[in-house]
Design a binder for this molecule. Structure first.
Ligand SMILES: [Zn+2]
Ligand SMILES: [Zn+2]
Length: 371
């Protein structure tokens, strides 16, 4: 069946119409461009008849049982592993890296893939071009109040790289039943004696009643990152990646000339994480159904059916720079342009800001005393 076909190349081989060279995806032109002669071969997902239909979810249980199905990249590739941050970079076509594109470290070694990597089903192509992201990063810097001025004047986008990060997405249907005790508040008036005086007060009590219910829910495209090159904190800040309706089927043309990070969170561990996420979401959905003002002893029984997954790639722009002895990373969402990053702090500026705040506080206090 089609699930175990080695690679589905939805847009087919598109050699350059002029020179026959291998086309590469160009973010600025939103087209496949020949790196040898510059010829543009316009392409859009809508032109590919049924391209959307080729991106399908794969059955999770079957994939875990048959670990060798759906492997291979559809093109020659070269992999290196960074000895500093452990990210594995995949280069489709021939291109050697001098430094790790995630942390800038020069200590990279060839990585021998055992041929067991699951091929990406689909990807989100780069939409933001390098020129756009350079401008956006400059604006981002100048809006950082506490970044040192010296930093703002430096050419910090020199190390800009476009990288595809690995993600897993999962779908599943859940049907759940729950039981709980629903608590309803009521108030009683109690009297007590304080310093010989009779006092009354309202005291809140809870009446507990058993409750039960059930629900069904469809989890659609629940994302689990498989990257080690970009930290979860930064990834969360540039989310979301609009994967539900903008994915295109994987083809080597899209990744040739770009770097792809090889996932290191494998399918089984990603599926476990996804289950933990779904369980806590299901529990929250059930908790929301319990009537009353408060609740306790929520018990949830859930059944998950039709679990499917995709391995996808999402685009990010990365910048690494060192300041003093430390390395900093800036990440931009390659589809939406959202930026997050770390930068050094100027202690002089922070000290001045704190002093200014103290002066204001003292003035306010002094004015208050004078009234
Ligand atoms: Zn050409
Ligand atoms: Zn690295």
């Amino acid at each position: 069946m089609s699930e175990s076909a080695p690679t589905r190349v939805a847009i087919g081989k598109h050699p350059c119409p002029e020179c026959g060279g291998d086309l590469e995806w160009n973010a600025a032109r939103q087209a496949l461009v020949c790196p040898y002669c510059g010829t543009t071969a316009p392409w859009s997902p809508a032109q590919e008849d049924g391209a959307g239909a080729q991106i399908h979810e794969r059955d999770l249980i079957q994939a875990l049982d048959e670990p060798r199905a759906g492997r291979g990249w559809g093109a020659e590739r070269y992999e290196v592993k960074c000895q500093s941050c452990h990210a594995i970079s995949v280069f489709v076509g021939t291109r050697a890296a001098q430094r790790c594109e995630f942390c800038g470290s020069p200590s990279i070694v060839p990585h021998e893939d055992q041929g067991d990597a699951i091929t990406p089903e689909s990807l989100l192509p780069f939409k933001v071009s390098d020129g756009q992201v350079r401008d956006a990063i400059r604006r981002w810097y100048s809006s950082r109040w506490f970044a040192p001025n010296k930093l703002k004047s430096r050419a910090l986008t020199d190390t800009l790289h476009g990288v595809y990060l690995p993600y897993w997405t999962f779908d599943a249907h859940v049907s759940a039943t729950w039981t709980a005790e629903a608590g309803h508040y009521y108030y009683v008036t109690e009297t007590h004696t304080q310093n010989g005086q009779r006092q009354t007060r309202q005291v809140r009590k809870v009446r507990w009643e058993p409750a039960a219910g059930g629900l069904t829910h469809f989890f659609d495209d629940e994302l689990v990152p498989g990257t080690v090159g970009v930290g979860e904190g930064l990834l969360g800040q540039i989310a979301p990646f609009p994967t539900t309706s903008n994915l295109v089927a994987y083809a080597p043309e899209f990744v040739r000339g770009w770097t792809v990070e090889r996932y290191q969170l494998d399918l089984r561990r990603a599926a476990d994480l996804n289950m933990t996420q779904m369980e806590s979401k299901t529990r929250a959905l059930c908790a929301a159904q319990v009537p009353g003002d408060t609740q306790r002893n929520l018990q949830v029984q859930s059944q998950y059916r039709g679990r499917t997954f995709k391995h996808i790639l999402v685009p990010v722009w990365l910048v690494n720079y060192t300041y003093g002895s430390r390395t900093f990373q800036i990440v931009a969402n390659g589809y939406t342009g959202k930026i997050a990053g770390r930068h050094p702090l100027s202690w002089i500026k922070i000290t001045l800001a704190v002093l200014a705040a103290l002066v204001v506080l003292i003035l306010v206090l002094a004015y208050g005393q004078g009234q």
